[in-house]
Write a protein of this length. Structure first.
Length: 503
């Protein structure tokens, strides 16, 4: 096939899940000999589109063409037979098996009814050599780096099919050198005429390797663009849904007299980092200040929060609290130092859905006190009643199961849990995601009220206007690196987007 002819085409793709339109009339085209980036924030529809193209999900409407022939993949195996393979962020291989076994698992060549190991080993060596990789294919996969494991996953995909390769966040666990090796490989595959769909949140990588970019937002197509013709600021504007030339300054509601002086800080981080998730960063949070962490999805916002709170134990740097070195190795340590953390994953890391509202509220306080100092049921009920009234939690009572509450009220219960510990620093990661506008406003008002009363807050939100409204100061992140701090009149949407883009 000639390069730059249509290889894979999707037209009018629609996919509906109960209560959610995941994709609405989405068009997508991949050409032969092209690296095509699929971009969009969380919930944009990227994963759903890939699942439809690879048969994980069956489309509700629309058409898919491969080399101008209509196809309808019914399963990932069927998609592979057609010529479409996917390598996911989490390498889906067996670490205890050899490299060669992983490449040919389920497809082992036979000789007189037995597995032909010599052929498996020789074919694996030839396949990897074409990718510039020379390793002992008889060794267990787990002995090799994540980068090599990614290469083996790609080798397996190429041996199964050699038309379309989908790489879903393949660089998330790689260092700069390993990313370079991976890019060398996909450029080589591109030269051989393969079409590659590349999904990433790293802006620098998009511009380093891609030919075209397709942007999705809220399940709809924003557009497809040549990478060289789409400035970074415009890419970011299209992803988050702001018309860049129409942005206006947003009136901030946090007018407190916060002195931007690190000597006043409650918490300081010096060179704090966690290999593989966030590069070393310096950060401080003053008393009574809302510090916003801004950047695109995957920029490192959550990773900063998790490292500070001890969920991901820092492997370099230090933390000072009130001017003294703090040893935070676990979340329990963080709680003892007066920190609290509301995770962005409300369902998996927040609520315990089979417990009551009361039981969910008292969890963190009980952990802080220690299980030997049990909080009596009567005291639990008093606490729960107080916070249900304080936060206007809509529930039939403290003994209602939390899973039967709305998302906004579940979020309020988690806030109540942490406020009960009387933290000095409250870390809020996407506290308003997935809740109605009324609950959002209530939570935003609560954040500002807590800061006014002297509490320090680290605030993370994918909604830029929300971050602007709530933050006294901002730390900007891109590609797991803290790149800037902004305050005062700089806290407005246009300037923030320019900063994220590196303008």
């Amino acid at each position: 096939m000639d390069k730059m002819t249509s290889l894979l085409k999707a037209q009018g793709i629609c996919k509906v899940f109960p209560g959610v339109k995941a994709l609405t009339n989405v068009d997508f085209e991949l050409k032969a000999g092209e690296i095509h980036c699929l971009m969009g924030e969380n919930g944009a529809g990227k994963s759903t589109l890939i699942k439809v193209l690879t048969g994980v999900e069956i489309l509700d409407d629309g058409h898919i063409f491969l080399e101008d022939n209509p196809i309808k993949p019914s399963s990932p195996h069927h998609a592979q037979q057609l010529g479409i393979s996917t390598v996911y962020q989490e390498v889906n291989l067996c670490p205890n098996l050899s490299v060669a076994e992983n490449i040919f698992i389920g497809r082992e060549p036979l000789h007189f009814g037995r597995i032909h190991w010599k052929e498996i080993h020789s074919r694996s060596e030839v396949l990897l050599a074409k990718m510039g990789l020379h390793i002992d294919v008889t060794q267990p996969l787990e002995r090799y780096s994540v980068a090599i494991q990614q290469m083996v996953a790609i080798a397996r995909a190429l041996d199964i099919s050699a038309k379309v390769l989908i790489l879903d966040e393949p660089t998330s666990s790689l260092d700069a050198k390993e990313v370079g090796q991976l890019f060398d490989l996909i450029r080589k595959l591109k030269e051989e005429g393969m079409g590659i769909i590349f999904i990433t949140h790293f802006i620098e990588q998009v511009y380093a390797v891609s030919d075209r970019i397709t942007i999705l937002r809220n399940g709809e197509l924003v557009g497809s663009y040549k990478t060289t013709e789409l400035p970074r600021v415009q890419l970011i504007a299209k992803m988050i849904g702001k018309a860049f030339d129409e942005l206006e300054n947003t009136c901030k509601k946090t007018e407190g007299n916060i002195r931007q002086d690190s000597s006043l800080a409650f918490l300081k981080a010096h060179g704090l980092g966690h290999k593989g998730s966030i590069n070393p960063f310096d950060l401080y949070v003053n008393k009574g200040e809302v510090l916003g962490l801004v950047g695109l999805l995957g920029s490192g916002r959550t990773e900063v929060a998790r490292t500070i709170f001890g969920i991901d134990k820092a492997d370099c740097g230090k933390i000072e609290i009130n001017g003294k070195i703090a040893k935070i190795n676990t979340p329990v340590d963080a709680i003892q130092y007066g920190l609290a953390y509301c995770s962005e994953n409300r369902k998996t890391e927040g609520i315990i859905d089979n417990l009551t509202v009361r039981e969910n509220i008292i969890l963190a306080l009980q952990a802080k006190k220690g299980w030997m100092k049990y909080i009596t049921k009567k005291k639990q009920e008093e606490i729960a009643d107080r916070y249900i009234k304080l936060l206007n939690i809509k529930t039939s009572g403290p003994d209602q199961l939390i899973k039967n509450l709305s998302g906004g009220n579940q979020q309020k219960v988690i806030l109540a849990r942490w406020l009960l510990t009387e933290p000095t620093l409250l870390i809020l990661d996407e506290p308003t995601r997935g809740i109605d506008i009324g609950a959002k406003v209530e939570i935003q008002k609560l954040i500002l009220s807590l800061a006014t009363d002297g509490m320090s807050v680290i605030f993370i939100s994918s909604e830029l206007d929300e971050s602007v409204r709530c933050s006294n100061r901002m730390a900007v992140l891109r590609d797991r690196v803290k790149i800037a701090e902004i305050s005062g009149e700089e806290i407005e949407e246009k300037f923030i987007m320019q900063t994220i883009a590196g303008v």
